[in-house]
Design a protein around this ligand. Structure first.
Ligand SMILES: [Zn+2]
Ligand SMILES: [Zn+2]
Length: 350
């Protein structure tokens, strides 16, 4: 039953009629063909053609620009969409300014076996070592690779053992740094660490005072310490520890401040990678544009792929390094736990 009107509608759609779609308003086509506006709209949708709009109408001057620069640059200049410019250029049969990018493998083969540039660590300008092939965002169902820095974990575990030590030997006062301290109370059932008294400032303290361990849930600490050096987002750490994002953010910040107080050279603090995101920088092997590139998935080999926003092409890191004769450099662009390197800031006022 329903096939009859469909047949009638199909009959009016000659190649000429189809070519009109989207170039003038649907109502104008409907008037010309003597059909309903809805018929024109349905046909246009079926062929995936965008509705005519005054904004999309191309003037001769605008069309003259096509092919004189990249589609993206022209789209920006005209305030059009990238795809709209691309389709129009194709429709008019105008070749792209940029010849189809030659495969980097071919360029490498032609230029002979280029050596890889000398190995240098991916240390950012802040001195932080980040791993280029490490994923920064989680793909569904995937696990983050283990990037724990065992030296930092060992250092923090030693500190943790010291802070929770049951030794009755009185340490210096965490508030006034006085050495005139005495044992006040031995550990007992409700207080598992000894308490001391400072004879100078007359206040009592235990070894946890002035460390980021104060107010943190002791049971979560060993695992949290192991996450600090991992190049994973806060969300992932929060999920693994079963605590909130804000808690992870606060703990990380406290630990970074404390690490800087313990060692103002920043040697240990730099090992913290939790929550920090970086972007790669290298000279583009195709267009030569220096600076930031985007991470853009993976090569079939599993290697990370970079995308050059200047020329709009993507390439594997290995090929880019060989052709540009430089290593990819990572620069921190998101550091939610940023702390000032000021060893006096908030010293022991926990
Ligand atoms: Zn004191
Ligand atoms: Zn480029």
């Amino acid at each position: 039953m329903a096939t009859r009107p469909h047949k009638i509608r199909s009959a009016i759609w000659t190649a000429e009629a189809d070519a009109l779609l989207g170039t003038v308003p649907d109502s104008a086509i409907a008037a010309q063909l003597g059909c309903h506006c809805k018929t024109v709209r349905e046909r246009r949708h079926k062929l995936g053609i965008a509705r005519f709009s005054a904004a999309r109408a191309w003037t001769k001057e605008q069309e003259a620009l096509l092919g004189t620069d990249t589609d993206l640059a022209i789209a920006k200049k005209l305030g059009f969409g990238h795809g709209q410019v691309h389709r129009r250029r194709h429709f008019l049969g105008i070749p792209s300014t940029r010849p189809h990018p030659e495969a980097l493998k071919k360029i490498i083969a032609r230029s002979g076996a280029l050596p890889m540039p000398l190995e240098q660590s991916t240390t950012t300008s802040t001195g932080r070592q980040l791993l280029i092939h490490q994923r920064l965002l989680q793909k569904a169902g995937d696990e983050f690779p283990d990037t724990e820095d065992l030296a930092l974990t060992a250092y923090l575990e030693r500190e943790l053992a010291e802070v929770y030590s049951t030794s009755l030997h009185p340490p210096a006062c965490p508030r006034c740094h006085s050495r005139r301290t005495e044992l006040q109370q031995k550990p007992h059932a409700r207080m598992t660490v000894p308490r001391f008294t400072c004879m100078t400032c007359r206040r009592t303290f235990n070894r946890i005072v002035g460390t980021p361990f104060v107010r943190l849930r002791a049971a979560k600490l060993p695992l949290f310490i192991r996450l600090l050096s991992q190049q994973i987002p806060y969300e992932e750490a929060a999920r693994r520890l079963g605590v909130s994002y804000t808690a992870i953010q606060n703990w990380t910040k406290k630990f970074r401040i404390w690490l800087l107080q313990r060692d103002p050279t920043g040697k240990w603090e730099k090992k913290v990678r939790l929550g920090i995101r970086a972007r790669p920088h290298i000279r583009c092997p195709r267009c030569g544009a220096d600076g930031e590139k985007h991470l853009d998935g993976y090569m079939p080999t599993g290697e990370r792929r970079l995308y050059c926003p200047a020329c709009g092409t993507a390439f594997g890191i290995g090929d880019a390094e060989r052709l540009a004769q430089q290593k990819v450099r990572l620069e921190v662009w998101h550091d939610p736990g940023k702390v000032d390197i000021d060893p006096e800031a908030g010293n022991g006022k926990a």
